[in-house]
Design a protein around this ligand. Structure first.
Ligand SMILES: *Cc1c(COP(=O)(O)O)cnc(C)c1O
Length: 368
């Protein structure tokens, strides 16, 4: 019963995954399940597989190593999302079937390691179609592919892109077509038949839902919309998903009526901010045993009406419960939905426990 704790509802996760997988399946697009925000939690990974994802993807090679050692993957592909570090290429070849790449120096190092391991390592070449995070500029793609085709232990399986991450650029007809045209040019010029056009992440789903994606897109890599059911373009709920597969539970350590306004000369708070408090009068305030050292408190969304987060410090969360219509006592807990940043920090935190609901939903399902 230790708090704070993240409660993970496996049934809801499977349902969210199915919604996305089915939506993509209509357009013959496969979904890679991205579990980096939950540190490759095994039960979450199993739920994604039960929901029909084609494979699992993560940004950290340690997480792929963990999945490979602890799941029966029989034939499922593990994909590394972050461009490999030169210092980790041997692990990449060992634990990832496929990696996303944008640097010929690293691709060559992967080739060398793959040769040593007597393997062929698959890569998707990332193209920057506008967001300005990772990827080769479009005009340089052909010359990079030319160099890759000389590497005997690297198999180029497709092109990919990442959107809405740094520049906030959304998938469009234009940037998707750029990727498709490049793939056609590569296939013609080098006599290849690239299997994948990995068109993006959760940010492609609203477009997929509303008007579809171009036929040639074969894959999406999806984390956030499966995990917390958000439309990542506007953070509204994504149709057909639930937003509370993860709930954070925190415990009340103090409950008192207090004047809303601080009293005394005021400077900055503990985090260098000058807090603006608009409420007046006497308010019922709960202090919860969770703070910024545990998680990112700014993305906590109370599930109960009449509960409002006022702010927090390293170890305390201050919550206004004046308008909450049930009785509360010290020792009770309050629950919160999490945004992506809070989920990420909660699942990474050594101070936050995890518990599962509806685990039996996957127990009888074959993994793979
Ligand atoms: C994190 C990541 C994803 C998944 O992004 P979501 O917005 O969580 O769906 C996909 N591709 C790459 C390269 C990533 O780093």
């Amino acid at each position: 019963m230790s708090n704070p704790k993240v409660e993970i509802n496996i049934r809801k996760l499977i349902a969210n995954t199915k919604t996305i997988v089915d939506l993509a399946k209509n357009e013959s697009i496969e979904v890679m399940g991205v579990g980096k925000a939950v540190c490759a939690d095994l039960e979450v990974a199993k739920a994604m597989l039960a929901g029909g994802v084609k494979g699992l993807a993560d940004s950290r090679i340690e997480n792929l190593e963990y999945l490979r050692k602890n799941l029966d993957l029989s034939g499922l592909e593990l994909m590394l999302l972050r461009i490999p570090m030169l210092s980790e290429v041997s692990k990449v070849v060992k634990y990832a079937d496929i990696s996303l790449n944008s640097e010929i120096k690293i691709i060559k190092a992967l080739d060398k390691e793959a040769k040593k391991a007597n393997k062929r390592h698959k890569i998707i070449l990332m193209v920057d179609v506008g967001d300005r995070r990772e990827g080769i500029m479009p005009e340089n793609v052909i010359s990079v592919v030319d160099r890759i085709t000389n590497l005997s232990n690297i198999e180029l399986v497709g092109l990919g892109t990442n959107l809405a991450c740094f520049g906030g650029v959304l998938p469009s007809d234009k940037n998707m077509q750029l990727l498709i045209d490049l793939t056609d040019r590569i296939n013609n010029k080098f006599g290849l038949n690239l299997k994948h056009i990995s068109g993006g992440n959760s940010s492609s789903l609203p477009r997929l839902k509303e008007k579809g994606l171009p036929d040639s897109i074969t894959q999406l890599r999806v984390g956030e919309t499966i995990l917390i059911g958000s439309n990542v373009i506007n953070r509204e709920p994504f149709p057909g998903t639930c937003q509370d597969a993860f709930l954070l539970r925190a415990e009340i350590v103090e409950l008192k009526d207090k004047p809303a306004q601080p009293e005394g000369a005021r400077g900055q708070n503990a985090f260098g901010e000058e807090s603006i408090i608009t409420k007046t009068g006497i308010r019922k305030r709960a202090i919860l045993g969770i703070g910024r050292q545990d998680i990112d408190i700014d993305g906590l969304i109370p599930i109960d009406k009449g509960v409002e987060v006022e702010g927090g410090s390293s170890d305390h969360l201050i919550v206004d419960v004046t308008d909450f219509d049930k009785s509360l006592a010290v020792g009770d807990t309050l629950k919160f939905k999490l945004n992506y940043s809070s989920l990420l920090s909660a699942m990474t935190s050594q101070y936050v426990d995890i518990t599962y609901h509806n685990l039996n939903q996957v127990a009888n399902r074959k993994v793979g």
